[in-house]
Design a protein. Structure first.
Length: 157
């Protein structure tokens, strides 16, 4: 299996802003993984949801969003599209407004079919950044996401 990545070359400039730099990295990583999964029919955001529901089924919409770091509206929209594509199904929770999500048989099969493409993309990231660098980046990015989302103080002018 080969992933063509020549279209992913971006001309980037080092920026002084932490946020802008994180966004550059996020856009580059997203484009890289989208290209790797391009012919699978699944977007990288959807594959992430498949991964989450594969390991933790019967989650509420808010729980899915929290686990992958997206807001409720984006989680609702993503899950609705995946439901339309028959990858996930929902059921009513204890509160009728609560939706609980799990993979369908098609979702399970799609996960198994797309996972090798994702694994190849993971290996390519390690080749480009070095295994130690890729692991350090993942840890650092998670630490940044956790630390910044937990901030109770906001900058004031």
């Amino acid at each position: 299996m080969h992933i063509h990545v020549s279209s992913l070359r971006m001309k980037l400039q080092s920026l002084p802003c932490y946020c802008a730099t994180l966004r550059q990295a996020a856009r580059a990583a997203t484009a890289f993984y989208e290209e790797a999964l391009a012919d699978s029919g699944v977007r990288v955001t959807q594959f992430t949801v498949l991964q989450v529901l594969k390991t933790a089924s019967d989650l509420q919409t808010t729980e899915v969003g929290e686990l992958i770091g997206i807001d409720q509206t984006t989680a609702t929209r993503t899950l609705a599209l995946m439901k339309k594509n028959r990858l996930v199904m929902d059921s009513t929770g204890t509160d009728r407004r609560e939706r609980r999500w799990r993979l369908t048989a098609l979702g399970e099969a799609t996960f198994r079919r797309v996972q090798p493409k994702w694994e190849l993309a993971q290996a390519m990231v390690e080749r480009r950044l070095g295994r130690v660098g890729a692991i350090a980046l993942k840890k650092s990015a998670f630490r940044a996401a956790s630390g910044l989302s937990a901030v109770s103080e906001t900058p004031k002018a």
